[in-house]
Design a protein around this ligand. Structure first.
Ligand code: SF4
Ligand code: FE
Length: 482
């Protein structure tokens, strides 16, 4: 396994083509806007080195029998699924942001079982190729960007019917030695902190869209891959050099648009090429795992936000007010409900033919559907407790100013002897999670990450076994229909 320092060094060796605010970034690792997100991924390595977290952060590879980072592991039982969620909650608590590495973990688990089933049904040889790739992922302890979401253009049209055929990633040429792909993947979490990218189709494809049913892996700095860095609310504060106004100086997350400009993929890295019948299963499983993930990561960030709201109440003397206590209880109730769903869909997981365990899809979708709502309410209550000062407060530079700093110190103080600076710091943290750079990962990603709400409702409808419910009702009501 790599140490945190080795991970950082390994990123320096990549030559990624990253554009940020219209400029090509020479050194993404040390760029002040990108670095906090690198620190979050680095934490997935650093925590795995710490013996007190070994049980959650590491696992035994079913391929090599060696200890591997859990982010590179295929779930071998329901205990692995439960530990995954606990690991994500821990990392959410440690970083208060998106630590990005889960998309690759969820992608390898989904591609494993689907390539196995494709080979069983169609006589293809994808699973062997995938297992070779996975061995390298585990050996090198790579961070993999699991890339699913295409830009999608006109949502009412199928991939092959779009005015521009590149709005979904597709195969433009099949050669003896491999394929050439073109298109883009949007909202790619942690793309610039990844060693490899693992591409999957974005939806269930039909026969006409067979060229869009494509899955493959490539080194992140392959010829023809470009990254365009996503803006975040308040991101320019990271360029100011201070440490209060950013809210969370050390950690963050990022998303990017990845462009595949006629990129060559050797056959050994191709895991689906035209088998449209299996694209739906791949999407469903990846989404299922990632919806489970949110029952861990968002809960961990929620822990920090609830803690910050409670500290803010301590600092302004409102902590003993009964309505404040009740709001903290409500936030905790909502947060633990999300966790309960994450644990439940894991405990109710089952084994697939490849040997890898899949979550209970109904419960994973219920988990994510709750995530589209509860963090919003948790944010609302945190803002209620924080008070308006969270968004009207002067800057760190004002606090440090030789002439006016004294006034900021004097008039923004709360409970003595808590320094005004501490109060400012905790309010900026709440601002960061609810409205600032981390809000991408906590607030809006809760809505759209791992699929927008309607995608879960479709899955809930499909998995709900309504006929069985109707039968139970008829049986109790004494209705005989047979
Ligand atoms: Fe992991 Fe959560 Fe970020 Fe997804 S949003 S990559 S599950 S931390
Ligand atoms: Fe996500």
């Amino acid at each position: 396994m790599k140490t945190g320092a080795e991970y950082e060094e390994s990123l320096r060796k990549l030559s990624l083509k990253v554009y940020l605010q219209g400029e090509l970034v020479e050194n993404p690792v040390d760029h002040p806007m990108i670095r906090p997100s690198m620190n979050s991924v680095k934490a997935t390595y650093a925590l795995a080195e710490d013996s007190q977290f070994e049980d959650l952060m590491t696992a035994t590879s079913h391929l090599s029998g060696k200890k591997v980072n859990r982010f590179c592991h295929l779930h071998q039982n329901t205990d692995d699924l439960v530990k995954k969620v606990k690991m994500q909650r821990l990392l959410g608590q440690k970083t208060a942001s998106c630590f990005q590495r889960c998309v690759g973990m969820d992608a390898i688990n989904a591609v494993d079982s689907v390539t196995f089933e494709m080979d069983e049904n169609l006589g293809t040889t994808y699973h062997h190729r995938f297992t070779n790739f996975l061995s390298k992922v585990q050996e090198e302890d790579w961070t993999v960007d699991g890339a699913m979401t295409d830009p999608k253009g006109d949502r009412s049209l199928a991939p092959s019917k779009q005015v521009d055929p590149d709005l979904y990633v597709h195969v433009v040429e099949k050669r003896q030695d491999g394929i050439v792909v073109r298109g883009a993947k949007a909202h790619q979490t942690g793309a610039i902190n990844s060693h490899w990218v693992l591409v999957m189709p974005t939806s269930a494809m039909k026969k006409d869209d067979a060229d869009y049913a494509v899955s493959f892996a490539l080194p992140a700095d392959s010829e023809g891959i470009y990254y365009i860095y996503g803006r975040q609310s308040c991101d320019n504060r990271k360029l100011e050099g201070g440490d209060i106004d950013v809210g969370n100086k050390q950690f963050g997350g990022h998303e990017a648009l990845i462009v595949f400009d006629d990129v060559f993929v050797p056959w050994e890295n191709v895991f689906m090429c035209g088998e449209y019948q299996f694209s739906g299963a791949l999407v469903e499983r990846f989404a299922g795992y990632h919806r489970q993930s949110y029952g861990g990561c968002k809960v961990g960030v929620g822990d920090v936000l609830i803690g910050a709201a409670a500290v803010a109440a301590d600092y302004n003397g409102a902590a003993k007010a009964s309505h404040v206590k009740d709001k903290i209880i409500e936030m905790t109730h909502l947060n633990e409900t999300l966790y309960a769903c994450g644990i439940a869909c894991s405990s109710e997981g089952h084994k697939l033919t490849s040997g890898t365990y899949l979550v209970n899809l109904l419960l994973a979708n219920v988990c994510k559907q709750n995530v589209t709502r509860f963090p919003y309410e948790i944010c609302r209550l945190a803002e209620d407790i924080a008070g308006g000062l969270m968004v009207t407060m002067p800057s760190e530079k004002d606090l440090r100013h030789p002439e006016i700093g004294g006034w900021v110190e004097k008039y923004l103080c709360g409970v003595a002897p808590v320094p005004t600076e501490h109060r400012m710091r905790i309010l900026r943290l709440i601002e960061n999670i609810t409205l600032g750079t981390a809000a991408v990962g906590y607030r809006t990603e809760s809505m759209h990450g791992a699929g927008s709400p309607q995608a879960q409702r479709i899955m809930i409808s499909r998995q709900s076994n309504m006929e069985h419910k109707k039968e139970t009702a008829k049986a109790i009501a004494g209705i005989e229909t047979r």
